[in-house]
Design a protein around this ligand. Structure first.
Ligand code: ZN
Length: 170
């Protein structure tokens, strides 16, 4: 397993719509392992393949609490099949927008279908932080980053801060 570099805004790749995964094979599982390592090392609770420069419909997540056992989850070709009318607000952040946070409203619950690490199909009902994180990661597959929901002014400030931060780290 290996840690992969995470791309940050305003990298244009983050605006691309990711392509469906053709097959869940060992190559893909190796990428899933690397993505999980990368996410844990960051640290983060979700990561989309496009964030490590691979625009395919693949996500990894772990929303377990710090004092709980790790619970890595893999989502291949995920689809949201239903969202609740009720909304929930979370203070979101993103590994591609380091150190920037904003309150974002999203449906509080959603139903999703996806293939897992072994290519088995699942249909689940997501609630709480899991539902929020999942929708945030799904957005990445459609070329959307959470700061796209902010006003143009707030968004440009966030992008400018990230550019400065990335430059300082180089
Ligand atoms: Zn993100």
């Amino acid at each position: 397993m290996a840690k992969l570099p995470i791309i940050t805004v305003p990298n244009p790749l983050l605006k691309t719509v990711s392509a469906p995964v053709e097959e869940v094979d060992d190559n893909l599982r190796s990428l899933m392992d690397d993505m999980l390592d990368t996410m844990y090392a960051a640290p983060g609770i979700g990561l989309a393949a496009v964030q490590v420069g691979r625009p395919i419909r693949l996500l990894v997540m772990d929303v377990s609490e710090e004092d709980q056992e790790k619970n890595p989850q893999y989502f291949v070709n995920p689809v949201i099949t239903w969202t609740s009318d009720e909304l929930a607000t979370y203070n979101e952040g993103c590994l591609s927008v380091p150190e920037q946070y904003a309150d974002i409203d999203r449906p509080a619950e959603c139903k999703i279908s996806y293939l897992d690490y072994h290519g088995t199909e699942h249909n689940i009902h997501a609630t709480g932080i899991f539902a929020t994180c999942f929708q945030h990661e799904m957005d990445h597959l459609n070329g959307i980053v959470f700061i796209d929901y902010l006003s143009p002014l707030k968004k440009s400030i966030a992008v400018r801060k990230v550019k400065k931060l990335v430059k300082e780290e180089e």
